[in-house]
Each structure stands twice: as structure tokens, then as C-alpha cells.
Design a protein around this ligand. Structure first.
Ligand code: FAD
Ligand code: NDP
Length: 456
């Protein structure tokens, strides 16, 4: 008889954990998975998927407004928050059911409780049950912080709560300048809320190309988002009418209905018992792992946001899959974290792969930068005053395209496809000999011929 109850115990039923459990089971492993909240994890329940549904909702007013230039008279449109949230909830429940069915069909035993580590081979469930496992996979994800701690900070909400608000806030303050803050500022502005976006830096989206950061700020300002930059939140106070006084670091007070704090996420490692398996976490609470997602304890692996490598769903899924291939499939597999296409679902949308101009200058020596800023064809008749930005960065010595940055409609879809070419090591000459698809916005990627003149 085996000394273990299962071959694999997965803690966390999100993007990484579900993929790892299913693939390990397909290799014949006996697998158990614990999920303390809802199967599907952050992405499905309160992340990518409901967020994108809300992004779609927020873009209809653009279509209604743009229609007039094309001859359509659209009657006064109205929006019902309760309908959107109810329909979103129904879709999320359906997806959660699919995740459960996928796991059950693969033979994975699901425990709908919290699990913690008791030693390098033992997991304890909240029910008190102990399970001995040959391998433990930690895939517990991350949680949104309400930082910095300020007086009245408890009145703020995070991305966890924003999906379930009973009412659409008429006035909302969004704190942060990263993915989540930028996306929700866009969502609420599109839905008609008065939005202030408060960020401690001088530009949004640190780490993105400067041209994109500048263009997004301009686009948001045109769309009516009030940008409060180089300031922070000092305190929150509930008013008798239920609204909030939000006091900023320069003394200004804003009266708002909600404050969404999106100042980052931290790995879910508190109280997990990692120390009992001989493991320590880093300064942000993440579990250090090697390229195979191995921790320092041979029986314990970790994937996804809890490792704080690249906190994106497709990466968690790949890491989970690679873990199962490595440990149960006899195919040692590492995940490449070097070149990751990504999109920010702001409106206008952003799609990026590879180096920013500044990073390319530092890392690649001489570069050529090709840049186009233009009005999309659709905007000519609609009269929409918004420009598309495209930027291609080329390493001069090799002619390789080392970065592509797009801001405009469908930028996420475009970067997924151009990302394949960049992954394959495409050169600028390859881009140039690709025939344009006309008339599209994407054709600009293959028709830019003259690099931006370099300043000395
Ligand atoms: P998770 O999906 O968070 O899963 C971890 C699971 O573990 C959770 O279900 C949790 O309840 C459970 N758990 C935690 N502790 C325990 C325990 N002790 N016992 C049992 N269960 C436990 N990424 C993209 O690629 N594209 C996007 O558009 C995108 N949008 C996002 C929008 C928002 C608002 C947020 C917050 C995130 C978004 N992300 C997006 C990031 C993406 O959601 C995460 O990178 C991804 O979910 C990480 O997967 P994971 O498996 O590591 O963790
Ligand atoms: P990010 O790390 O992307 O952004 C956090 C923001 O908060 C930054 O602008 C940061 O400023 C600011 N901040 C941090 N600490 C403080 C503080 N103490 N006071 C004031 N401001 C502060 O985190 P998010 O929460 O936006 O998102 C978490 C992750 O989830 C993302 O990084 C991404 O990996 C993933 N995600 C992906 C999405 C997608 O793929 N479309 C969508 C949503 C999330 P500064 O820049 O100065 O550090």
C-alpha cells in the first residue's frame, strides 16, 4: 500500500491549479484539489472574465454616438446596472460549473474548503481531515491590498467587491495607475459615472512605453476622466448621506460614492503553513521557485500569482500545465517568461509585446523606432476625436522586431497575432514584405517605412 493518499494535492482552484490538476489526472495521477471560495479562481470569478464583460458594456455608448455620422438615429439610450450584474453573475456561475465538470470528468476529487500545509507531504483541510500527498502544488493566487493604510481606509473597496456593487456609483475615485485602476476607470467612465483617477506617479501604467502612457492619459482626459496625478489618498470619511469625503495629499477633498483601491495584489501565503514544509516567502509574500516551479522542498511546487513572476492568467495556466508535464508526464517543461504579449482593456485598448523604447535603447544598443499616430477610418464619419497609436521597435544590428506597442480599438486582438511573428523572431524586413490588408488599422504595422529621426 502507498504511504500517500494521493499523488498530487493542489491547493487553489484557479487558473494554475485547475490546469495542473486536470493534466496530472490525465497522466494517471490520483489528484485532490481544495478551493476555499469558488472554482475558477480570480480570473473567472472576479477578474479577467467579468471585467471584460463590463468593458463590453462600457463601450456601447461609443457605438451609439458614432452611429449618427453613418446616418443612424439612435433613441436616447439608458443603462441598467442591475441587469448587467445579474447577467454577468449568471455567466460566471455557468463557467464555474464547467470548471467543476472538467475536474470531475478528469477524476479529480474536489474539497470545497480551505487547505493548509502541515508538513512537506501533508495537507490539512478546514474540516480537520488530513491528506498525505506525494506532491503538493501551491496555487493559491493573490489578494487585493487596501494599501496604503489611511484613516477611514476601510470605506474603500477593492476589485473583489467592485463586481457586486448593488448600485452603479455616480461618482467614483479610483486609486492606482496599474492595470486594474486603468481598466476600471475606463469601465465606469464608459458607463457614465464621473471618474477621478488618482495616481502617485506622473504617468499611468509604469513599465509601459512612454508614448503609450502619454497617449492613454490624453485619451482618458478627452473621455472625461479626471486625472489626479502625483498625489495620494490621505483619508476617507463617511458623510451622513452615505457618500464619502476623500481627502487627497494636497488637501483637496472629493465627494464620491465609492473609492476603488487598486494599488496592487499580494500572494495569498499568510497562514498557509509553508514554514512547516521548510519554506520561506520573499518580501512581498511570494514563494520563490525555479524554472520548473520547484520550491526548495522537493515535494512542494508553486505556480501562478503566488510566485509573483508574471501575474497573468495564461502564465498561471502554462505554469500549471508545465508542472504536470514535468512531474507526471515525463516531459520536463519550463515556461518562458521573457516575451509575453499582454493587453490592458482600457478604452482605447492597449496591446504590447517586447521591449519599450527605453528598455530597447538600454538593452539592444542601436534601434530604429517606427511610429504612426492616425485617425482610424471609422472615426472619419463618426467624427470621434481619438487617434490610434502604433509603434514598432527594431534592433538595428539584427533587424529584429523587439517591441510592438498598439493603442486603439482591438489592440488586444492585434497583439495576440503580431505576437506570433515577434515570438518567431521576425525582422522588420519580414514585416515589410507582408502585404497590407486594406483598409484596416493593423495594416499600419506593415506599412511604416521611415523610422522616427533620432535626436542626438
Ligand atoms: P487564482 O486564479 O487567484 O486562484 C487561486 C485560488 O486559490 C482562488 O480561487 C482562491 O480562493 C484559492 N485559495 C487561496 N488560498 C486557498 C487555500 N488556503 N485553500 C484553498 N483554496 C485557496 N489576467 C489576464 O491575463 N488578463 C486579464 O484581463 C486579467 N484581468 C484581471 C482583472 C482583475 C480585476 C484581476 C484581479 C486580475 C486579472 N488578471 C488578468 C490576473 C489573473 O486573474 C491572475 O493572474 C490569475 O487568476 C492567477 O491565477 P492563479 O491560479 O495563480 O490564482
Ligand atoms: P499593478 O501592480 O499593476 O498596479 C498597482 C498600482 O498601484 C501602480 O500604479 C502603483 O504605482 C500603485 N501603488 C502601489 N502601491 C501604492 C501606494 N502605497 N500608494 C499609491 N499607489 C500605489 O496592480 P493591479 O492591482 O492594477 O493589478 C495586479 C496585477 O493583475 C497586474 O499587475 C497584472 O499582472 C494583473 N492584471 C492583468 C490584467 C490584464 O492582463 N489586462 C488586468 C488586471 C490585472 P507605481 O506604478 O508608482 O508603483
Amino acid at each position: 500500500m502507498s504511504a500517500f493518499d494521493v499523488d498530487l494535492f493542489v491547493i487553489g482552484g484557479g487558473s494554475g491549479g485547475v490546469r495542473a490538476a486536470r493534466v496530472a489526472a490525465s497522466y494517471g495521477a490520483k489528484v485532490m484539489l481544495a478551493e476555499e471560495y469558488r472554482l475558477g479562481g480570480t480570473c473567472v470569478i472576479r477578474g479577467c472574465v467579468p471585467k471584460k464583460l463590463m468593458v463590453y458594456a462600457s463601450r456601447f455608448p461609443d457605438e451609439f454616438a458614432d452611429a449618427a455620422g453613418y446616418g443612424w438615429s439612435v433613441p436616447q439610450a439608458s443603462f441598467d446596472w442591475t441587469t448587467l450584474i445579474a447577467n454577468k453573475d449568471r455567466e460566471i456561475a455557468r463557467l464555474e460549473g464547467l470548471y467543476r465538470a472538467t475536474l470531475e470528468n478528469a477524476g479529480v476529487v474536489i474539497a470545497k474548503v480551505r487547505a493548509v500545509i502541515e508538513d512537506a507531504h501533508t495537507v490539512r483541510l478546514a474540516t480537520g481531515e488530513r491528506v498525505r500527498a506525494r506532491f503538493i502544488l501551491v496555487a493559491v493566487g493573490a489578494y487585493p491590498t487596501l494599501e496604503p493604510r489611511i484613516p477611514g481606509g476601510e470605506h474603500g473597496i477593492t476589485s473583489n467587491e467592485v463586481f457586486d456593487l448593488a448600485r452603479q456609483p455616480e461618482r467614483i475615485l479610483v486609486v492606482g495607475g496599474g492595470y486594474i485602476a486603468v481598466e476600471f476607470a475606463g469601465i465606469f467612465a464608459g458607463l457614465g459615472s464621473a471618474v477621478t483617477l488618482l495616481h502617485r506617479g506622473d504617468k499611468l501604467l509604469r513599465g509601459f512605453d512612454d508614448d503609450v502612457r502619454v497617449a492613454l492619459a490624453e485619451a482618458y482626459a478627452k473621455r472625461g476622466v479626471t486625472l489626479a496625478l502625483q498625489r495620494t489618498l490621505s483619508g476617507l470619511e463617511r458623510r451622513p448621506d452615505g457618500a464619502l469625503d476623500a481627502v487627497l495629499s494636497d488637501g483637496e477633498t472629493l465627494i464620491v460614492d465609492q473609492v476603488l483601491v487598486a494599488t496592487g495584489r499580494r500572494p495569498n501565503t499568510a497562514g498557509l503553513g509553508l514554514d512547516k514544509a521548510g519554506l520561506a516567502v520573499d518580501e512581498v509574500g511570494a514563494i520563490p521557485v525555479d524554472g520548473y516551479s520547484r520550491t526548495l522542498t522537493p515535494s512542494v511546487y508553486a505556480v501562478g500569482d503566488v510566485t509573483n513572476r508574471a501575474n497573468l492568467t495564461p502564465i498561471a495556466i502554462r505554469e500549471g500545465h508545465a508542472f504536470a508535464d514535468t512531474v507526471f508526464g515525463g516531459k520536463p517543461t519550463m515556461v518562458d517568461h521573457e516575451l509575453i504579449p499582454t493587453a490592458v482593456f482600457s478604452t482605447p485598448e492597449i496591446g504590447v509585446i517586447g521591449h519599450t523604447e527605453a528598455a530597447a535603447r538600454a538593452l539592444c544598443g542601436e534601434i530604429d523606432v517606427y511610429k504612426a499616430q492616425f485617425r482610424a477610418l471609422k472615426a472619419t464619419l463618426s467624427g470621434r476625436d481619438e487617434r490610434v497609436l502604433m509603434k514598432v521597435i527594431v534592433e538595428k544590428a539584427t533587424d529584429k522586431v523587439v517591441g510592438v506597442h498598439i493603442m486603439g480599438p482591438s489592440a488586444g486582438e492585434m497583439i495576440q497575432l503580431v505576437g506570433i511573428a515577434v515570438m518567431m523572431g521576425a525582422t522588420k524586413a519580414d514585416f515589410d514584405r507582408t502585404v497590407a490588408v486594406h483598409p484596416t488599422a493593423a495594416e499600419e504595422l506593415v506599412t511604416m517605412r521611415v523610422p522616427v529621426p533620432q535626436t542626438a
